[in-house]
Design a protein around this ligand. Structure first.
Ligand code: ZN
Length: 176
């Protein structure tokens, strides 16, 4: 039997998502087909809306729908404590622990020879600019405890050293 081309296309798109196998992709495509039309429309409009509205914060590199993200815009936070993380999801880990109220800088990656990611691919220029313009009492480097995360941490520590009083490496990374 010939495959339904438009359905196959949706399946293929779902299969591009992490941890979605062929079977799940097929199930999701059929579920969309079974939905009332308004619900299906809401589904794809929400994806488009998200892609149009969310951008990276020009100060910290975290995700935001406003010009500057709500964390950078929050003056009640400790303006002298900065945590450097690899990815936006790492910010959420810190945000879930109530005791932390500093600021963040998201590198948007790690140095990785295997993936061809170099220093130039990371959000570092804005980090240095930030450190030059504002004094942070402490900068905590919280990249993951993988080889790539450690390499990145060492590199970052070295280049930011002249700009801040204390540079700390969060010993066991975010798994803690
Ligand atoms: Zn921000």
């Amino acid at each position: 039997m010939e495959k339904l081309k438009s359905l196959t296309r949706v399946e293929e798109n779902f299969a591009k998502l992490p941890s979605v196998g062929k079977k799940s992709a097929e199930r999701m495509a059929y579920a969309l087909l079974d939905m009332p039309l308004e619900d299906a429309e809401e589904f794809y409009k929400s994806i488009r809306d998200m892609r149009e509205k969310i951008h990276t914060c020009p100060i910290c590199g975290f995700l935001s729908e406003s010009e500057v993200c709500p964390i950078c815009g929050d003056q009640a936070r400790n303006q002298e404590l900065l945590v450097v993380v690899s990815y936006p999801k790492d910010v959420l880990v810190f945000e879930n622990c109530e005791s932390f109220n500093g600021l963040y800088h998201v590198l948007n990656g790690v140095i990785s020879i295997a993936k061809g990611k170099t220093v130039e691919d990371l959000n570092i220029d804005s980090l240095i600019k930030r450190l030059q313009e504002h004094h942070f009492e402490e900068v905590i480097i919280a990249t993951n405890p993988t080889i790539e995360g450690e390499t990145t941490a060492l590199y970052i520590a070295k280049i930011i050293e002249p700009y801040c009083t204390t540079v700390t490496r969060l010993a066991y990374g975010l798994q803690m």
